[in-house]
Design a protein around this ligand. Sequence first.
Ligand code: G4P
Length: 205
Amino acid sequence: MKDLINKIKTDGIALNEDVLKVDSFLNHQIDPVLMKNIGDEFAKHFKDLNITKVFTIESSGIAPALMTSLKLNIPLVVLKKQLPNTLIDGYYSVPVKSFTKNSIYNLTLSKKYISKDDNILIIDDFLAYGEATLGVINIIKEAHANIAGIGIVIEKSFQPGRKKLDSLGYNVYSLARIASMSKNKINFIKEEWFYKSFFFYSFHT
Ligand code: G4P
């Protein structure tokens, strides 16, 4: 997605080979116009899949996921990282290891907000090791609901998350795919360029 990639180029900061700082527009200060455009893009991409709910994880997934659910006119469900005191009825909970933050948390969802008839779109801000997304997938599977697709704002393609989800056969759509990073340098996967040159080459040989 062009305006997201431009924003990452102008305002994102590669702290090192692994971590991209995007706190000026995605996860500390939030750019609402960019979030709206992100929501519109996910909604357009997944619109024909009869999605019933958008799922995300607190906290940075909420802004893009809310905009997506607004455009699709369906509820957003936010999975919690801690068991809320108010969650007294039944709930699902799975442990998730965060490699980036070197921590473990229990991803939690009230049984009230999922049913076996749900067809769910998972939206998250980052795809790194894929453990958070796999945690959401495990909860959805435990509830016997369906996973229609996975929308990711920024995919760090050099980390194992995307490969894990592809190998499990999920329909993943990432708006910005980062091939590699080094301090102050971010290299994107040039998919448009790749496909254009592929078709040009096919038609001219
Ligand atoms: P995963 O999400 O693919 O499982 O990977 P990982 O466990 O490594 O990432 C966990 C957390 O680290 C997530 O935030 C994710 O958004 C964040 N993260 C991963 N890579 C980057 C990065 O390059 N830059 C930034 N800024 N964050 C990154 P979280 O723990 O869910 O916290 P929250 O920010 O959503 O509250």
